[in-house]
Design a protein. Structure first.
Length: 296
C-alpha cells in the first residue's frame, strides 16, 4: 500500500515537472522573456537589485541555477542586464528598415502603444525621461520584455549644453538607475532633449547620441492625420523618425503609418538594430541621424 502511494507521488512529481518544463519553453511569441529571470531574482533578493543593479546579472544566473534546477537552457541565455542592444535579426538584413522613436515618456499611453506595436511585429526605441520611469515600472518592464529598445532622454529633460560634465553624468546615472530598478536594464542609447548637444558635452555619455531624420512636429500640431502624412512623406529606408508617446494623436498617426509602411515592405527596428545594418560598429558619443543601406 505504502509502495503504491510512493509510486503515485513520484508520478505526480514527474507530471508536474514535465508540465513546468513545457510552459517555460513554450511559445516564442509569448511576451515572456528571457529577463524574467532577473525579475524573479530581484523579487527574492531586492537588496541585490537596489544596491547595485549592474551586478545583478551574474547573481541572477547563480541564483536561478540554485533555485530552479529544472530550468531550461533558454532561460540562462537571457540578455544581460548591462544594456547590450539586441542584434539586427538575420531575416531583416537587406530589408527596407525604419526606426521609429518615442521621446519624453513613459506616459499613461505607452503600455497600450507597446501592445499595438507588438501586434504589428514592430520594434521601436523609447527615449525616456528618468524622472517619469518610477511612475510606470510595469510599462518599462513590458517594453523591455517585448524587445523594444530603452533609451535615455536624461532624468529631468535637461538641455545638456547648459550642464557641467558632472551634472550630465548625474542626469544619465539617475536615469539608468531608474530603468534598472524598473526592469533590470539600463539605456542603450541617448537622445539629447531639444536635440541640443556639442561633441564636448557628449564626452561624459557612454552611449551613442541618436538624432533623427524625420520630424513630424507631432507635439506642435497634435493631429493624427498630420503625423501620418509627414511620416509617409518623409520616411524612407534608413530613416529615424521622431515622435512623442505623450499624445494620443502621435500614437494614432504613427500606428497608421506603421501599417501602411509595413504593407510597402518596410520593417520597424530599434535604432541600435538599424545602426548595425551595414556591419559598422556603433560608437558611443557619436551622433547618428539615419542609417541608409550601404551602396552596392
Ligand atoms: Ni524631449
Amino acid at each position: 500500500m505504502r509502495k503504491r502511494a510512493v509510486s503515485l507521488a513520484l508520478i505526480c512529481i514527474l507530471l508536474v515537472a514535465t508540465f513546468a518544463g513545457c510552459s517555460s519553453t513554450g511559445g516564442k511569441n509569448q511576451t515572456k522573456d528571457p529577463s524574467k529571470d532577473t525579475s524573479d531574482v530581484s523579487q527574492s533578493d531586492p537588496s541585490t537589485e537596489a544596491s547595485d543593479p549592474s551586478a545583478s546579472a551574474p547573481t541572477s544566473a547563480e541564483d536561478l541555477t540554485a533555485t530552479q534546477p529544472h530550468s531550461t537552457p533558454e532561460q540562462t541565455t537571457a540578455p544581460s542586464s548591462n544594456g547590450a542592444p539586441s542584434a539586427l535579426p538575420d531575416d531583416l538584413k537587406g530589408k527596407k528598415l525604419i526606426a521609429l522613436t518615442f521621446d519624453d515618456g513613459p506616459s499613461k499611453f505607452t503600455y497600450d502603444l507597446i501592445s499595438e506595436l507588438n501586434n504589428r511585429g514592430a520594434k521601436v526605441t523609447f527615449f525616456m525621461v528618468g524622472s517619469r520611469v518610477s511612475e510606470f515600472p510595469d510599462t518599462v518592464k513590458f517594453m523591455k520584455d517585448s524587445g523594444h529598445e530603452l533609451g535615455s532622454h536624461t532624468f529631468n529633460h535637461a538641455n545638456i549644453k547648459k550642464l557641467s560634465d558632472d551634472e550630465i553624468r548625474t542626469e544619465m546615472n539617475k536615469t539608468d538607475d531608474a530603468l534598472a530598478n524598473a526592469c533590470g536594464q539600463k539605456a542603450t542609447a541617448f537622445r539629447p532633449p531639444e536635440g541640443a548637444y556639442t561633441n564636448e558635452k557628449l564626452a561624459p555619455i557612454d552611449k551613442p547620441c541618436i538624432m533623427w531624420s524625420v520630424d513630424p512636429l507631432d507635439w506642435k500640431y497634435r493631429d493624427a492625420q498630420s503625423v501620418y502624412d509627414k511620416i509617409m512623406a518623409g520616411a524612407g529606408d534608413g530613416s529615424i523618425v521622431l515622435l512623442h508617446d505623450l499624445y494620443p494623436t502621435s500614437i494614432a498617426g504613427g500606428l497608421r503609418a506603421v501599417d501602411d509602411l509595413i504593407a510597402q515592405g518596410y520593417a520597424f527596428v530599434t535604432v541600435s538594430q538599424l545602426l548595425q545594418r551595414n556591419d559598422t560598429k556603433v560608437v558611443n558619443q557619436n551622433a547618428y541621424f539615419s542609417e541608409k543601406p550601404a551602396a552596392v
